[in-house]
Ligand binder design. Sequence first.
Ligand SMILES: [Zn+2]
Ligand SMILES: [Zn+2]
Length: 237
Amino acid sequence: MQRWMKTAVDYLFPPRCPVCDALLAPGSEICDGCEKEAVTVREPVCARCGKPLENERQEYCGDCARKKHSYEQGKAVFVYRAGIKKSMYRFKYSNRREYARFYARKAALLYGGWIVRKHIEVIVPVPMYPKKKRRRGYNQAEVFARALGRELGIPVESGLLKRIRNTVPQKELSDAQRQKNLKNAFQLVPDVVKYSHILLVDDIYTTGSTMDEAAKALLSGGAERVCYVCISIGAGF
Ligand SMILES: [Zn+2]
Ligand SMILES: [Zn+2]
């Protein structure tokens, strides 16, 4: 977008702070006071899932030390707490889709280099069950994927993976139930993947079952590497 046009758009639709939702002065992306509430993930992190770790001598979090994931490696932008928790709630349920640009900028800043090193060819958002998406009006993972694609100049394919089962919200289930709940929840359309290095994106990473199932579907279609970036993650100790 041209600079003058962006200024005009900011004037007509003033940007809101992604943490406290207050109107911002044109040109700024977060209030000064809120910056510290948006805590980004820092080293040491789990070498597999990207969760923050307490101890730098540890390579994997407890979860990843125990189980094998189908994805190769993942990164998260923010620690899921305080300001970011509230921010993501509004992003998901109150139509604050514009926050995606803030999340995507941070993601590009932190992981742009890593994404290049992984030779990512395409970004694929974790899909939502169609009926659920119609009800909500949008899939927040897709909104984030589009913003990230724009930041990095990488194409986004939201039609590649389809959610064919309406699953129970993961947070209500135990670890074993989560895996069962998601079994074969995703399908490839069409069922041949023309990309070999794919970046999945989602809003939040909890146990990784969603990411694993989505990655499995992509790998079964011929992808060689599936990595991910999610907006936020809990601490992993
Ligand atoms: Zn604020
Ligand atoms: Zn881990």
